[in-house]
Ligand binder design. Structure first.
Ligand SMILES: *[C@@H]1O[C@H](CO)[C@@H](O)[C@H](O)[C@H]1NC(C)=O
Ligand SMILES: *[C@@H]1O[C@H](CO)[C@@H](O)[C@H](O)[C@H]1NC(C)=O
Ligand SMILES: *[C@@H]1O[C@H](CO)[C@@H](O)[C@H](O)[C@H]1NC(C)=O
Ligand SMILES: *[C@@H]1O[C@H](CO)[C@@H](O)[C@H](O)[C@H]1NC(C)=O
Ligand SMILES: *[C@@H]1O[C@H](CO)[C@@H](O)[C@H](O)[C@H]1NC(C)=O
Ligand SMILES: *[C@@H]1O[C@H](CO)[C@@H](O)[C@H](O)[C@H]1NC(C)=O
Ligand SMILES: *[C@@H]1O[C@H](CO)[C@@H](O)[C@H](O)[C@H]1NC(C)=O
Ligand SMILES: *[C@@H]1O[C@H](CO)[C@@H](O)[C@H](O)[C@H]1NC(C)=O
Length: 598
């Protein structure tokens, strides 16, 4: 990875200010971008390190783990779900809201435990039979192979968490499926076999929608039960109850909710789904998810991100959480330490990224696919094309089968998270399509039903689908070179297509200017967020910046929805046809420009 000088408007890193014994200042989100449903632990036995897991839905590798020794610098150390044999059924999930929901990460008996749910969200009203609750464990979270295959247990619900009681009994607590709930349930479990006892309702929440995300903490003779309520939108909140017995009855905290930004004007909305942990000084912290949208809740392409707050929790009393905002004040932090082992980048550093795809695989750890990839479709630096990533097209495009399914052949797609309000993302493309509808390009992808794509695609001359104008904006007919060929002849076009539940601009396709179509001519494809509400897609010949043309300015509302966050990446598809022409991508650049915090 290439490190360039830092840009204006961004500080070098997490930039928590500290002083010995003084309260700290730190900034939210601590994990910008698609990192929802955080679950974090402090593990003194492993060099006093904090570890956090996040939900990943259909993204693969799945269940990212970040680690920190100072609560300021958080590094991607790997993924719990890193091999297909661990959980083959991720290949078959139906719908983009399916996949891995809300992991709970815990450390017990020198072992890391990760309990989560593989959700099939396609028939939510009547059939939960395919919702699969699972347990992974590892001795060494820095080593992908250390994570076990999934052990399955029977529970009609989600958001499951393990808890080890003082008498040696082990419990799973989870949120019961909402068509029959809503309530929090608990059963005894054998974590090695998945055998569960009888499920009992232990708390119904405070009356908010969908009590979920339960976590149990033993403190000062009490069992404290933390939960989320209100749904994961603007009514989201964190509530608490406690009991002298693990199985209840749980009494609600009269001060509920303990954390929410509902009914505020904060830029940080949807605060909920929290987890608590303490540091080596015994000071408590909490993480939660939040959406940087303001109460308007229209523009939030980065989706649900991870935020952190300080918690004051005196003995025998209910805890007090500091409300979430962009700039936070909290307990003194451990001294800065950046010697974390691990494969990935620091998730909260503003480092420009330049990938050149040296051989052999693996590709950089923070790059992600949608469900399992076909490994041979992604070749870094094939002999004929050094410093490129060769993509072999999938028949399915990014929508695939009605936005639900993708089947075993999958989708050729690789991406990184959008992590900054303002950024630019660009790649250089070497692609000579020869069969109709062959396409390769860049995308801002949220789900199979929500993506904005700009691709180079082979289309018949004069047949540009939906094109209002046949000329790329800003080009004269002479520059474009149109008219020199036969109508119906297949020529490469640049096409923008959007897919969303809300109205997005109609597809446009422009013939590529003849001057850009010379053999070996490469194109630069760019997606840029110049402000907090719009993306700009542009294309031009490599090395000739002044010829770059805007293809589409488009609102990011179309990719502000649901559970995931926008991925910026590249794809190659035959759009259902028989094309097999590979696309060679190089000079992958993601440049952070600005992070909005209020
Ligand atoms: C996916 O879900 C849809 C309903 O949303 C259903 O019609 C279809 O059969 C499902 N496909 C598979 C492969 O399960
Ligand atoms: C799972 O639990 C449900 C409801 O408690 C029960 O009907 C079903 O038989 C169980 N399945 C297995 C495989 O144990
Ligand atoms: C939860 O609500 C159900 C009714 O929906 C009730 O039967 C049950 O007793 C309640 N459980 C608790 C623990 O409050
Ligand atoms: C937000 O306001 C609505 C309407 O007054 C109220 O019903 C709801 O309980 C409030 N939510 C929170 C978390 O305070
Ligand atoms: C330091 O932070 C904690 C946690 O937010 C807070 O309870 C405490 O009052 C703060 N102390 C000072 C001196 O600001
Ligand atoms: C954001 O940028 C788009 C063009 O990319 C422009 O149309 C829109 O007016 C801008 N919005 C604001 C608030 O500046
Ligand atoms: C995706 O491919 C299908 C054919 O497999 C095609 O009907 C559809 O128009 C394509 N959608 C997009 C957004 O490219
Ligand atoms: C793809 O190839 C098959 C077998 O050669 C042929 O039957 C089919 O018509 C082709 N499809 C397209 C879209 O060209």
């Amino acid at each position: 990875m290439f490190l360039a000088p830092l840009l204006l408007g961004l500080s070098a890193c997490a930039s928590a200010s500290r002083g010995h014994g003084q309260n700290s200042t730190f900034y939210n989100p601590i994990f910008p971008g698609f990192y929802p449903d955080p679950s974090c632990i402090y593990v003194p036995e492993r060099d006093h390190t904090f570890f956090c897991a996040s939900s990943s839905f259909n993204a693969f590798p799945g269940i990212p783990i970040h680690a920190s020794k100072d609560l300021q610098n958080w590094k991607l150390i790997g993924h719990v779900l890193n091999r297909k044999e661990q959980l083959p059924r991720l290949a078959e999930t139906n719908r983009s809201t399916s996949g891995i929901w809300a992991p709970a990460l815990r450390f017990h008996d020198d072992t890391f435990w990760l309990v989560t749910t593989l959700v099939d969200d396609d028939r939510p009203q009547e059939d939960f039979s395919r919702w699969d609750n699972i347990i992974f464990k590892a001795k060494d979270p820095y080593n992908p192979k250390s994570w076990s295959n999934a052990v399955h247990f029977n529970f009609t619900g989600y958001d499951t968490e393990p808890f080890w009681d003082e008498d040696g009994k082990v419990y799973i607590t989870g949120a019961h499926a909402w068509h029959v709930g809503p309530y929090i349930q608990q059963a005894e479990v054998n974590l090695d076999t998945g055998a569960v006892g009888e499920w009992r309702v232990i708390w119904n929440g405070t009356g908010g929608m969908a009590p979920e995300g339960p976590h149990i903490y033993r403190k000062d003779g009490w069992y404290y039960l933390l939960a989320a309520e209100g749904g994961t939108g603007v009514d989201h909140m964190v509530t608490m109850a406690r009991s002298k017995s693990i199985s209840g009855p749980y009494e609600s905290n009269p001060g509920n909710p303990v954390l929410t930004n509902a009914n505020t004007t904060s830029y940080f909305q949807t605060v909920g789904h929290s987890d608590l942990f303490h540091d080596r000084n015994g000071n408590w912290w909490a993480v939660a998810l939040s959406t940087r949208s303001g109460p308007e809740y229209l523009h939030y392409p980065m989706g649900r991100e991870t935020v952190m707050t300080a918690v004051s929790w005196p003995k025998g009393e209910w805890p007090t959480f500091t409300p979430i905002s962009g700039e936070m004040s909290g307990w003194p932090m451990p001294p800065e330490q950046t010697d974390i082992r691990g494969v990935g980048p620091y998730v909260n550093h503003n480092t420009p990224e330049h990938l050149t795809f040296p051989p052999p695989p693996p590709l950089p750890a923070h790059l992600t696919h949608w469900r399992y990839p076909i490994p041979s479709s992604y070749t870094p630096s094939p002999l004929s094309h050094p410093n490129t990533l060769r993509l072999t097209p999938s028949r399915l495009n990014l929508t695939a089968l009605n936005g639900n399914y993708a089947g075993p052949a999958g989708q050729t797609f690789i991406a990184r998270r959008q992590q900054h309000t303002l950024f630019s993302y660009s790649v250089t493309l070497d692609f000579t399509p020869s069969t109709a509808d062959e396409e390769a390009g860049v995308t801002a992808f949220l789900t199979q039903n929500h993506h904005l794509d700009m691709g180079i695609v082979l289309l018949p001359r004069g047949a540009a689908a939906g094109a209002a104008a046949s000329l790329l904006p800003g080009l004269s007919p002479e520059e474009e070179g149109e008219g020199e060929g036969k109508k119906g002849e297949l020529i490469p076009h640049v096409r923008f297509r959007g897919e969303s539940y809300i109205a997005v601009p109609k597809a446009v396709a422009y013939p590529l200017p003849r001057a850009w179509r010379r053999p070996g001519g490469k194109l630069v494809l760019e997606v840029r967020a110049g402000n907090a509400s719009h993306y700009v897609f542009s294309v031009g010949p490599e090395g000739r910046r002044s010829e770059r043309r805007t293809v589409m300015e488009v609102s990011n509302e179309g990719v502000s929805w649901g559970f995931t966050g926008t991925l910026l990446g590249i794809y190659a598809t035959s759009n259902g046809g028989n094309g097999t022409t590979p696309a060679y991508f190089s000079d992958w650049r993601y440049t952070p420009v600005e992070q909005f915090r209020d």
